[in-house]
Structures are given as structure tokens and as C-alpha cells.
Design a protein around this ligand. Structure first.
Ligand SMILES: Nc1nc2c(c(=O)[nH]1)N[C@H]1C(S)=C(S)[C@@H](COP(=O)(O)O)O[C@H]1N2
Ligand SMILES: [Mo]
Length: 413
């Protein structure tokens, strides 16, 4: 089997949660059987005006700030990012390939164990022990590979994310390098750092078909990847991978393995489907192949958050704001167009610079007269790379950075 299983799982989950909601056959059905990790066991948020009793938003999420694509995928609305750089837990997007593990996972965080392989002396460390090794605090953009998929035209399967499968978050954790050193150093021949998620896997399917296991180049892993237990000042929430998660600054979301159980220094990339054939950039209609580019490094991108284009506006002065990031490097500047990309003006960066992996926000006041306006932003990274006008067409609709696609249409009355 191949990575199609992941889509099957999501579709199957959505079907079953629907059956559960309407109380028909399959009511209360556990996707993975007894003792399994069942989304149905996840407490749901039912407060707030937009809350629906039967919509399983992860606990504590602000239902008015999120778009629910499925029981496993929640997107931040364009107008819910605000202008203070960090996206709080309540508004941060969620993307799970598998059902979120049971809350029991975070009952005793410090007892969580991490198995370390491909080092001189393989072994296990508890979270308490990891916390005593070394600590770094880093702000990064967490972004799903499929963010911007909704703007592709070939009807790629998967969540139809607009701009909101992304957020800027501050993490604390221990460098991968320090963990390797604690076990006597990386084994000879290792070329990758491979992280394995801690979800319970369904029976009767080969683990490789469903496990969330990803590899990144060893140099990157030793340079600045780390294992995080804290997010935005709080113990890492369960839906975001608590108790422990791999963070690879500047890389796409899929590499940020949640519920990290194993950290291995390996000679080859993981044999998991999501590494071998999934998360590969490939021409439309072609199947996944290990020779195609893997979804690793992100590149320069920006978009406008306000005005969001939802509903008509009054004519006059309006503050246009949005976010910009370089992916693997900082942002040099951002430009704004209010005439569909014909002319551009400078969009000053506001707020703190939290390092090359964080996003910057920009804000520029403009005056909009009555009529229809097409607004867009275009960022340039520290190396001079310019955000492109057009997306790279690809089968899975990944890595959309097109400034045209991310434009907002504003009706002014
Ligand atoms: N263990 C595990 N890690 C995972 C996933 C998952 O399903 N399981 N999803 C990945 C994907 S595709 C993305 S985009 C990010 C989403 O992170 P978030 O849910 O914290 O926003 O986590 C990644 N890490
Ligand atoms: Mo993702």
C-alpha cells in the first residue's frame, strides 16, 4: 500500500465521526479498536457562539477563529492572526495524519520516554532527563506543506487550506546535537535524523503505511533541530505533539514530528510511506517516488491578513497588515500592491524580530475608494529571493508561495 492510506484514513475517520454524530450504525465506534487512541475520547470545545456540540474541536481551541476541514484538520482564519507575531494556542491550526492520542499521554509528562538510536550507546531518556541536558528557545513558522492548496486548480486531494495552515510559535527544548552527545555521539555512517511519532497504529496494516516517521539531513539535525516540550510559555499541548516534539526550524510541518517516541541517526531515510512516496513534489498525475524532492525547506512567502476580503468595507483609510517569512532565512522587505500587482509600495515591518525562522508582520495604511480592489503582498528574503508571482504546479498541491494566489479582493462601498 502507499500514502493513499493516509487520505483513506482521514476520509474514513470523517465518515465514522459523522455516523457517531447522527447516532447511527458505528455510534461510539473506536477507529482503532479497544485500548486504541480514539479521537472520540478527545474532550471537545463546546463554548462560544460558533460552537457546535457535535463538532470535535480540540479542547481549548477558539472555534470562531478556526475553519474545521475535518475532525483532524483545523485552519486559522485569515482575520484571526492578529498583529502581535505569535499565534496563541487557541488560534493555532491543527493537522493530524492520524487521530490524536488519548489525553493520558500528557498525564505524567515528565515520565515520557524517548528512545535514542544510531548513537554510540543507544538508550532511553525521560523528559526530566532531557530537560536537564540543555535548553534553547526558538521562534519558528509552523506551516503545513499543503498550505495554499485551495488556490490550485487541479483539485488535488487533501485539506483545502487557504492561508491558515501556518502559525508563528515559540518553543523551548533540547538541541538534537546535545541528545546525540549524551549518548556518546552519532554512529558512523549516519546521514539522516529520523523522528518517529508516538501514535498507536491500526492493526492489520503495515506500520510503514501509516506511521508518522520523517527523516531530515543529519547536518540540519545537528545544526539547529531540537526536541520541544514547551510552546508559547505552556507545556506543549497534546494536539500539538505533547509531551515532546521534534522541531526542525525552516522545514515544513510534516518534519515537526509530534509525540516523539524515537530519535534515530540513520544511514537511510525512513522506509515509511510518508517519507518514501508521500510529501514529494511531483508533476500532476505522477506517483510519489524517493527521487523527487522531499518537503523539507520552506521558501519565502507572505500574505495579507487584514482586510481579509470577507464582506464589504467602507471607503477611506484602512490598515493593511499581514505576515512574511523567508523559510530558511529572515525577511529583507515586503511590498504591497493595491492594484492587482501593477504598482508596488514599501510595506514596513512591525513588531519584534524573533530570528530567521520566525515571521515578521507588516502594516501599511492605504486609502481605498469605492470599487473593487485586488490587494497582495510580496516578500524578499535576506538572500534576495523574491516571492514568485506564480505557484509551482504539482500533484499534491504543496508549497504554494504565489503572491497572486494569496491576493485578497476587497469590495469598498
Ligand atoms: N506524530 C505526528 N506528527 C505530526 C503529524 C501527525 O499527524 N503525527 N502531522 C504533521 C503535519 S502534516 C503537520 S502540518 C504538523 C502540524 O502541526 P500542528 O498540528 O501542531 O499544527 O505536524 C506534523 N507532525
Ligand atoms: Mo502538513
Amino acid at each position: 500500500m502507499n500514502s493513499r492510506n493516509l487520505q483513506w484514513l482521514e476520509a474514513e475517520y470523517t465518515r465514522r465521526s459523522f455516523l457517531r454524530r447522527v447516532g447511527g450504525a458505528g455510534s461510539g465506534l473506536a477507529l482503532f479498536g479497544a485500548g486504541g487512541t480514539v479521537w472520540a475520547a478527545e474532550p471537545t470545545s463546546t463554548t462560544g457562539p460558533g460552537a457546535l456540540q457535535e463538532t470535535p474541536f480540540p479542547v481549548g481551541k477558539d472555534v470562531d477563529s478556526l475553519i474545521r476541514h475535518s475532525g483532524l484538520t483545523f485552519e486559522t482564519k485569515r482575520d484571526a492572526f492578529g498583529t502581535s507575531t505569535i499565534v496563541p494556542y487557541e488560534r493555532l491550526f491543527v493537522r493530524n495524519n492520524l487521530p490524536t492520542p488519548d489525553r493520558a499521554l500528557v498525564d505524567d509528562r515528565n515520565a515520557w520516554t524517548l528512545s535514542v538510536e544510531g548513537v554510540a550507546r543507544p538508550g532511553i531518556l525521560t523528559l526530566v532527563q532531557l530537560k536537564a541536558l540543555e535548553v534553547v528557545t526558538v521562534a519558528t513558522v509552523l506551516q503545513c506543506s499543503g498550505n495554499g492548496r485551495a488556490f490550485f486548480e487541479h483539485e488535488a486531494s487533501g485539506s483545502q487550506w487557504g492561508v491558515g495552515a501556518a502559525g508563528c510559535v515559540i518553543w523551548s527544548g533540547v538541541p538534537v546535537r546535545a541528545v546525540a552527545e549524551a549518548f556518546g555521539g552519532v554512529s558512523r555512517g549516519a546521514r539522516f535524523v529520523t523522528g518517529t511519532g508516538g501514535e498507536e497504529l491500526p492493526e492489520g496494516i503495515s506500520p510503514d503505511d501509516v506511521v508518522v516517521e520523517r527523516s531530515i539531513p543529519l547536518e540540519k539535525g545537528l545544526e539547529d533541530a531540537f526536541l520541544a516540550w514547551e510552546m508559547n510559555g505552556e507545556p506543549l499541548p497534546l494536539v500539538h505533539g505533547g509531551p515532546l516534539r521534534l522541531i526542525v526550524p525552516g522545514y515544513f510541518g510534516i518534519n515537526q514530528v509530534k509525540f516523539l517516541r524515537t530519535l534515530a541517526f540513520t544511514p537511510e531515510e525512513s522506509s515509511a510511506a510518508i517519507m518514501q512516496t508521500g510529501y514529494r513534489v511531483r508533476p500532476i498525475g505522477e506517483s510519489g517516488d524517493p527521487n523527487q524532492p522531499s518537503m523539507w525547506e520552506m521558501s519565502v512567502k507572505s500574505w495579507i491578513n487584514h482586510p481579509s476580503g470577507d464582506g464589504p468595507m467602507r471607503s477611506g483609510r484602512v490598515m493593511v497588515d499581514g505576515v512574511a517569512f523567508g523559510g530558511m532565512r529572515g525577511v529583507r522587505r515586503v511590498e504591497l500592491s493595491v492594484d492587482g500587482g501593477t504598482t508596488w509600495q514599501d510595506a514596513p515591518l512591525i513588531g519584534p524580530n524573533l530570528g530567521p525562522y520566525a515571521w515578521r508582520q507588516f502594516a501599511v495604511p492605504v486609502t481605498l475608494e469605492r470599487g473593487t480592489h485586488l490587494l497582495m503582498s510580496r516578500a524578499v528574503d535576506d538572500a534576495g529571493n523574491v516571492q514568485p508571482a506564480d505557484r509551482l504546479e504539482n500533484h499534491r498541491a504543496y508549497a504554494n508561495t504565489s503572491w497572486r494566489d494569496h491576493a485578497v479582493t476587497v469590495e469598498v462601498e
